[in-house]
Design a protein around this ligand. Structure first.
Ligand SMILES: C[S@@+](CC[C@H](N)C(=O)[O-])C[C@H]1O[C@@H](n2cnc3c(N)ncnc32)[C@H](O)[C@@H]1O
Length: 220
């Protein structure tokens, strides 16, 4: 993400907060050193979807070992934390963009639902939330409840981007349902990016939910 954003917008000052509940995962990611030799313990899956040109842009190479370039490592705050916990907000504060990919699918629907609502509290008004690798019923429900606007740009390309996830459907819990435009709610169901409104906290009378849900499901 740092590479994409810094390459496209070198004028921006980019500060990232990277959070994982596992100390091991945080330390491994912060080290940013990977083996390109598949017989080594350090997993090469990090690199498996990257072209040689991309690897050269992101990493310094020393034999079979690659390390993330220093201009990409700077400005990243590494933290151990449970993003399902309400107190996660305090040290992080409101963010322009929040990315929550590929971990909510490991939770049951109720835990994923409450964790996603908690994460959404990190997004500043009119900021963006990217969330994939999650049960689509859970994501759709939360998006409609909280009045999130699906970002339609590249919606199909992003949904279809990971062939591995699609191939797992419907036999594996992490499998991704094919995009189906017959569904009236397809724009919200298959969006992975959302613009969040002035508040992700639903009104007590449910007005936000009703209005957004009707608009999204009436579009065909
Ligand atoms: C499959 S990895 C996904 C990593 C990365 N987001 C990606 O898309 O490649 C799932 C990670 O989520 C972390 N995780 C699971 N539950 C979490 C929670 N409640 N708070 C923070 N991290 C969590 C796990 O420790 C693990 O490192």
């Amino acid at each position: 993400m740092a590479w994409r954003i810094r390459s496209a917008r070198p004028d921006l000052k980019l500060i990232l907060h990277a959070v994982d509940i596992s100390r091991q995962a945080v330390e491994f990611a912060e080290r940013g050193v990977y083996s390109v030799d598949s017989s080594q313990l350090a997993p090469t899956r990090v690199l498996e979807h990257m072209t040689t040109a991309e690897i050269d842009e992101l990493f310094d190479r020393n034999g079979d070992v690659v390390s993330v370039k220093s201009w990409l490592r700077e400005g990243i705050n590494w933290r151990i934390g449970d993003v399902g916990a309400p107190q996660v907000l305090e040290p992080l504060g409101l963010q322009d963009i929040v990315v929550a990919n590929n971990f909510l699918c490991h939770m049951d629907a109720s835990d994923a639902d409450s964790c996603l609502r908690n994460i959404a509290r990190l997004v500043r008004p009119q900021g963006y939330l990217f969330v994939s690798g999650i049960d689509l019923d859970v994501r759709t429900q939360v998006a409609c409840d909280l009045g999130w606007q699906p970002v339609e740009e590249l919606i199909e390309e992003i949904h279809e981007a990971d062939a591995g996830m699609r191939n797992d459907w419907p036999f594996h819990y992490g499998g991704l349902e094919p995009l189906n435009k017959i569904r009236r709610d397809w724009r919200v169901r298959y969006a992975s990016a959302f613009e969040l409104g002035s508040s992700s906290i639903p009104s007590s009378d449910g007005a936000v939910q009703d209005e957004t849900f009707q608009r999204l499901t009436q579009q065909t």
